[in-house]
Design a protein around this ligand. Structure first.
Ligand SMILES: Cc1cc2nc3c(=O)[nH]c(=O)nc-3n(C[C@H](O)[C@H](O)[C@H](O)COP(=O)(O)OP(=O)(O)OC[C@H]3O[C@@H](n4cnc5c(N)ncnc54)[C@H](O)[C@@H]3O)c2cc1C
Length: 459
């Protein structure tokens, strides 16, 4: 009966039931996998609405999926049921430069949106590295971001309104198409970051920003992590906000040195990559202001690129990092924790101690301006006990982050993989309120079950 109803809804072309076809919709970049019963490739808001209502009638789990690049297992259908793929909903419904907004369907890639916005001189600030292959719906669901967040914010700061279908099958519109508005509760920002557990986002009204005409790139090298963190605080305390403020620790620099000739001073223990953008007449002055702020005790060298070759050269170490990491250990556990900027040295110091205690290389880099550090535990599963050591180490990493006043995830989300740690960060009363919100949006609990919020612990 279910399959017949689904076929009536989306046609044969919109329904996958063969195991081989369904298999690829069962995993994401977390490497977790679960088989769905079937995959529905919706093409319109109306189809999504009817599908959610149908799942409620049959009480069948429904897992929304953008492009499956998430790293937290959010789109893995762990209770089987149906996967709803938004990949065919790629419309650019409106680009309105006069009001600095674009309205798009949720399945469009980040890159396709950037191209449409770019053609009229604008961009949408969230810039995950995966932009060519991830969807706007996925970006909103995870509050995914990249280096530009330090100046331009995350999806929560760059979305005006949404069209969505709640887990209970209600057809809703949230937000406004203006840059100010305070009518009703802010359901837009509630849905952003909710990882597909409250509603399926079908359309988004996004805030656009004018493209800057010029950019300058700087690289600063430090003898210790404390100096680099002091520089980050100093940079963020003056009025020129960089559009990227990225960081690599000593372990990351050591790793890259084995693979590329970087010609960095031997004593380099931390590196900042900084970019400023803006009006062509202004960027040189802005770069000078940033360089002044970066000159703290412990600075070894600071360079400002003046042409494209120099820019590429300055970014060389950062770009070489991911390929270098792949050669060091077959498995990389990549966390995206956040701590207050001034506490980055304590985080890195604590991570060094954990690395020694658990005999696991830990390499750290990331978005220093936001205190969002990618902590990479390098695991060789062929070595006896390494997987168990990595799990125990990760547990302690999360405790360390929370002790420092931080948060478990800056941009990847909780999904499936970090669920068990959430109750360490969010108190019981607040979690209960969140569970109440989930019940209000999704009374039968069919939408992306067992994700994001931890199961209640019995008294
Ligand atoms: C190589 C690589 C680089 C990456 N770099 C970054 C980075 O720099 N920054 C960063 O933040 N992340 C990064 N990621 C992670 C990932 O790309 C982002 O989280 C992205 O936003 C996921 O989008 P997606 O379309 O693939 O979503 P999916 O993986 O399909 O889904 C992610 C979550 O969103 C939900 N979801 C998807 N679409 C909808 C919708 N329309 N309505 C409701 N819920 C929905 C799913 O249920 C799931 O919980 C990277 C991943 C890879 C593989």
């Amino acid at each position: 009966v279910l399959l017949t109803e689904l076929r009536d809804l989306v046609g044969r072309q919109g329904l996958l039931t063969e195991a081989a076809d369904c298999w690829v919709y069962g995993y994401d970049n977390s490497q977790r996998h679960a088989m769905p019963q079937a995959v529905v490739l919706a093409e319109s808001h109306g189809q999504v609405l009817e599908l959610v209502r149908l799942c409620n009638r049959h009480r069948i789990p429904l897992t929304p999926r953008g492009r499956g690049t998430g790293t937290a297992g959010g789109s893995v259908p762990i209770r089987s049921g149906l996967v709803l793929s938004l990949e065919r909903m790629t419309g650019i419904l409106e680009v309105d430069p006069a009001n600095r907004l674009a309205r798009v369907s949720a399945g469009i890639t980040n890159q396709a949106l950037q191209e449409a916005a770019g053609s009229v001189g604008f961009f949408w600030p969230p810039d995950p590295t995966s932009s060519a292959v991830c969807s706007i719906g996925g970006n909103l669901a995870c509050n995914a971001a990249g280096p530009r967040a330090v100046k331009y914010g995350t999806p929560r700061d760059n979305v005006l309104g949404l069209r969505a279908v709640t887990g209970g099958g209600q057809d809703i519109r949230t937000g406004v198409r203006t840059t100010k508005g305070v009518v009703g509760y802010d359901l837009t920002r509630l849905l952003v970051g909710s990882e597909g557990t409250l509603a399926v986002i079908t359309e988004a009204m996004l805030k656009l920003t004018p493209l800057a005409d010029s950019k300058r790139t700087l690289r600063a090298l430090y003898s210790d992590i404390g100096a680099a963190a002091e520089a980050v605080s100093a940079i963020m305390a003056q009025p020129v906000i960089p559009c990227a403020l990225e960081f690599m620790d000593g372990a990351a620099i050591r790793m890259v040195r084995h693979h590329v000739d970087l010609r960095l001073p031997e004593s380099t223990r931390a590196m900042l990559m900084i970019e400023v953008d803006g009006d062509a007449e202004f960027v040189d002055h802005a770069a000078t202001r940033i360089a002044e702020a970066a000159r703290v005790s412990g600075l070894l060298e600071i360079s400002i690129a003046t042409d494209a070759d120099q820019v590429a050269n300055l970014w060389k170490a950062r770009k070489a990092l991911s390929p270098a990491l792949r050669t060091v250990a077959p498995v990389k556990i990549n966390e995206d924790v956040v701590v207050p900027v001034s506490r980055i040295p304590e985080l890195i110091g604590g991570l060094e101690r954990l690395s020694q205690e658990f005999k696991l290389p830990i390499v750290n880099f990331g978005h220093a301006g936001n205190g969002n550090i990618h902590v990479n535990l390098m695991v060789n599963p062929d070595l006896p006990g390494q997987i168990e050591a990595a799990e125990a180490c990760l547990d302690r990493v999360f405790d360390l982050v929370l002790e420092l006043g931080g948060t478990l995830s800056g941009e990847h989300g909780i999904g499936l993989v970090k669920r068990d740690f959430v109750a360490r960060e969010i108190d019981r009363a607040t979690l209960e309120l969140m569970r109440g919100i989930k019940r209000e949006f999704d009374p039968l609990g069919i939408l992306n079950p067992d994700k994001s919020l931890p199961a209640p612990i019995a008294d």
